[in-house]
Design a protein around this ligand. Structure first.
Ligand SMILES: Nc1ncnc2c1ncn2[C@@H]1O[C@H](COP(=O)(O)OP(=O)(O)OP(=O)(O)O)[C@@H](O)[C@H]1O
Ligand SMILES: [Mg+2]
Length: 309
């Protein structure tokens, strides 16, 4: 249920400064209702800082922020907080409390009405397909289930927008897939998802991706457009025929390629500008299979974050 042209988050020229240090510099973007908005960037890029501002936990040093049409001004903190849910990898649940106690505690912090809470709790447990005992202590649960319980704890007050800061860090790939199917279902019912991740396969699931570098927003587009537009030259996937061919590619990488990046068993390459691309490909085909490809999001991320270094 992506509603075009209906911004639920709007950020204009946001700055966040800690003393002399600018953690977020002149960042502007908006997010539409029902969108899965990916917020990427290397460590320290300013992702969590931006999220803290959008959740009303940290004041902006400069700039205009609106959530669901409400501008961040003094006295509006509680209205804003009622509209947002927040889940982070670092602080999720209390290990020594039961599932029930954790959910009750989260509800108490939000001052949620008891009857509303009971209904909402069953609805959300059903949503994640959890049908075991909720008096279990959280410490004993598998990482993936903990994250799902933490997710529903952030949804108890039925927020319109959910901020997920590295929600799947450290959980298994099966659990990450399950978690993302929940995210997609939430977006389908109109929730807006603002998510940070360091996993590029997860970023593929986002409707749009914003890329931060040293506090600045350096790209914002759909995954497909980012792949199509980031590199000017053609990219190829190279799969060497055997071990000797692999050595050949590695030893001659500087001679043939402007970019030569290992990618699983393959290499992603760009032919050096000094060479005739067609002839070079033809020549190299004796050593391996070479296919023209769209860059991966990982390639895009490396190029945008590291430039041509
Ligand atoms: N309260 C604070 N006081 C001073 N500096 C801070 C504070 N909070 C964050 N920073 C700094 O701001 C920068 C951005 O940090 P932030 O946590 O937003 O990065 P991030 O993109 O979330 O990184 P990561 O991927 O590691 O979570 C970092 O250099 C960090 O050290
Ligand atoms: Mg962070």
């Amino acid at each position: 249920m992506k509603t075009e042209g209906c911004p639920i988050v709007s950020v204009e020229n946001l700055y966040v400064t800690f003393g002399e240090f600018h953690a977020v510099k002149d960042v502007s973007f908006s997010v539409t209702q029902g969108e899965i908005f990916g917020f990427l960037g290397a460590n320290g890029a300013g992702k969590t800082t931006t999220i803290r501002v959008l959740c009303g936990l940290l004041p902006a040093s400069q700039g205009k922020v609106e959530i669901d049409g409400i501008q961040f001004t003094e006295g509006m903190e509680n209205v804003i907080k009622s509209k947002v849910g927040y889940m982070s990898q670092k602080f999720t649940l209390y290990d020594d409390l039961s599932i029930d106690e954790n959910l009750q505690f989260a509800a108490a912090l939000r001052e949620i009405d008891k009857k509303f809470f009971e209904n909402r709790k069953s609805e959300l447990l059903q949503f994640i397909g959890f049908d075991s005992n909720t008096s279990q202590i959280v410490a004993g649960l598998p990482g993936g289930i903990k994250q799902e319980i933490a997710l529903i704890a952030s949804l108890l007050h039925d927020p319109k927008i959910i901020f997920l800061d590295e929600p799947t860090a450290g959980v298994s790939s099966v659990s990450r897939d399950r978690f993302w199917s929940l995210i997609k279902r939430l977006a389908k019912i109109g929730k807006t998802i603002f998510v940070t991740t360091h996993y590029m396969d997860e970023a593929e699931n986002c409707h749009r991706i914003a890329l931060m570098r040293s506090g600045e927003l350096i790209a914002l587009d759909t995954p497909t457009n980012l792949k199509k537009n980031t590199y000017k030259q053609n990219m190829y996937s190279v799969t060497p025929n055997d071990g000797d061919a692999r050595k050949y590619f590695v030893n001659h990488s500087k001679e043939f390629f402007a970019m030569f990046a290992p990618y699983g068993l393959h290499y992603h390459v760009i032919i050096s500008k000094k060479l005739d691309e067609e002839k070079t490909i033809k020549n190299l085909q004796q050593y391996g299979t070479i296919k023209k490809i769209l860059p991966s999001l990982e390639d895009v991320f490396i190029k945008l974050v590291e430039g041509d270094r």
